[in-house]
Design a protein around this ligand. Structure first.
Ligand SMILES: C[S@@+](CC[C@H](N)C(=O)[O-])C[C@H]1O[C@@H](n2cnc3c(N)ncnc32)[C@H](O)[C@@H]1O
Length: 307
């Protein structure tokens, strides 16, 4: 019997993880692939094969790592989500309405994480954060997300035991069982199911962050999630963009970037670090930064405020 390559691969958002190099090569030859490389960083361990041509998926192989334009995950660990929740709870307790925008939302895993975290605030009025407006420049990604929302459950895969711990903690609260659940399989991969009650808190639409500033609501404070997407945007655009954003946002707004915006590719390709542009536009670093210091001790701040 011929074994389908996909039967031994774990699918992560058009990337297939396999345990050894031979299987990775076999998959690469059978699929229209964008690249393969050994991945050591958690949560990805093993060999990764990107599906689709380099051009289509934006996969870039550099120094043995595959950078894929769509890489994302549920509870992505460059933020301490529980710390972020405490910070938001305190910051917006007295605020009637808070806009939440998630740019570069990819397959929605980040958006649903955010929806879950916001639903868990002690502030009983968490409806004021919803719906989250999630946008991505890739139309096909948005189409997939909209399609997924009408299905029964949305499913993501992961293989980080740390996340399994956080999810177990979250599920100790009965209310969260209406939002999501997960199953551990024999490869210690978690199959994470997002239930419709959480999915309906999000609206997906197409958007290029650079052209979207005018659409941001200035009447209420906003949370702008724009994480791990800046390496795909020309550095020449940064100054003007962050200045315009600063002007447009209501006081008490925040922006949150990702660990990978500062580390890895961004540092190698850009003249100045992204936080320099953000600070120059007038934003100030948040004191209660939610960056996960154990993962990124070298990063000063991922959360910036307009006061
Ligand atoms: C590496 S993923 C990051 C996903 C998620 N934000 C996270 O941190 O897990 C980058 C996403 O940004 C999107 N993107 C790139 N340039 C963009 C732009 N100018 N406006 C909106 N989205 C963009 C890509 O299509 C991709 O889905």
């Amino acid at each position: 019997m011929k074994i389908s390559p996909l039967s031994y691969a774990r699918n992560y958002n058009n990337k297939y993880m396999v345990s050894d190099k031979k299987k990775a090569s076999s998959l690469s030859t059978q699929l229209n692939f964008g690249g393969e490389a050994e991945i050591k960083a958690p949560p990805y361990k093993g060999y990764m094969v990107c599906v689709g041509t380099k051009h289509e998926k934006g996969a870039v192989i550099k120094k043995g790592l595959v950078y894929n334009r769509d890489t994302t995950s549920f509870l992505r660990s460059d933020l301490d989500w529980q710390k972020l929740a405490k910070y938001l709870d305190k910051k917006y307790k007295e605020t009637e309405k808070v806009n939440v925008y998630n740019y570069g939302c990819s397959n929605g895993a980040e958006t649903y994480t955010l929806a879950l975290i916001l639903s868990n605030l002690t502030d009983k009025d968490s409806d004021k954060y919803f719906p989250i407006i999630a946008k991505d420049i890739r139309k096909s990604q948005i189409a997939d997300n909209i399609f997924n929302k009408v299905m029964d459950d949305i499913v993501f895969y992961d293989n980080s035991s740390k996340k399994s711990d956080i999810m177990t903690q979250l599920l100790a609260d009965n209310e969260n069982r209406d939002y999501f659940y997960f199953i551990n399989d024999i490869y210690n991969t978690q199959e994470i199911h997002i239930k419709p009650k959480l999915a309906k808190k999000v609206e997906f639409t197409y958007g290029n962050i650079l052209n979207d500033v005018d659409k941001i609501d200035s009447k209420a404070p906003s949370i702008i999630f724009c994480r791990n997407m800046w390496q795909y945007i020309d550095e020449k655009e940064y100054s003007e963009f962050f200045e315009k954003l600063y002007e447009k946002l209501a006081p008490n707004s925040i922006i949150i970037i990702g660990y990978y915006d500062i580390e890895n590719d961004a540092h190698q390709r850009h003249k100045n670090a992204i936080d320099d542009y953000i600070l120059e536009a007038g934003f100030v670093p948040s004191i209660s930064d939610a960056a996960n210091k154990s993962l990124c001790p070298d990063i000063n701040c991922l959360v910036f405020e307009k006061n």
